[in-house]
Design a protein around this ligand. Structure first.
Ligand code: CTP
Length: 136
């Protein structure tokens, strides 16, 4: 955590089959500081976390997120257990998570501010994959 200098925000996600809910959380996270760092889940982590291979590889997902205007820096999130390390490594002042994780990261309140943002309603990667697979 830094008291002066740019305010760094960090957030995490898979960002597979990139959609407007992803864009909004990134825009709103960026608005909370001067610099947004995004941890993009490794393919292996996504498999462990969601039980499926992502549609787009981590290299492609990283490339898409890195190209977004509000994003200053991206990295591959290799493990959920490394959150504290990543927050400290990127000197984050604020950790932003979607409210699907509400309360789950309060333990990091000792090193940064923890903010949960409301998810954009009615859209998710899982729903999109199902919709596309069903051909409807
Ligand atoms: N997110 C959001 N609104 C949505 C979908 C996602 O704000 N409608 C946010 C999540 O809260 C998270 C980030 O986007 O902070 C990345 O979420 P991710 O899990 O990659 O996307 P989902 O669409 O939720 O994917 P899935 O359906 O596979 O769980």
């Amino acid at each position: 955590m830094s008291t002066d200098g740019p305010r760094t925000v960090i957030t995490f996600g898979t960002f597979d089959v990139f959609h407007v809910g992803h864009l909004r959380v990134i825009e709103r996270a960026a608005a909370l500081g001067d610099r947004l760092v995004v941890g993009v889940s490794a393919d292996e982590l996504n498999l462990r976390k969601k039980g499926r291979e992502p549609v787009f590889s981590q290299r492609e997902r990283l490339e898409i997120v890195a190209a977004l205007k509000p994003v200053s820096e991206v990295f591959v999130e290799e493990s959920l257990e490394l959150k504290r390390h990543y927050i400290q490594h990127y000197a984050a002042d604020v950790l932003v998570m979607g409210d699907d994780w509400a309360g789950k990261f309060d333990e990091f309140g000792d090193i940064c501010e923890v903010v949960y943002l409301t998810r954009t309603p009615a859209i998710s990667t899982t729903a999109l994959i199902e919709k596309i697979s069903a051909g409807s």
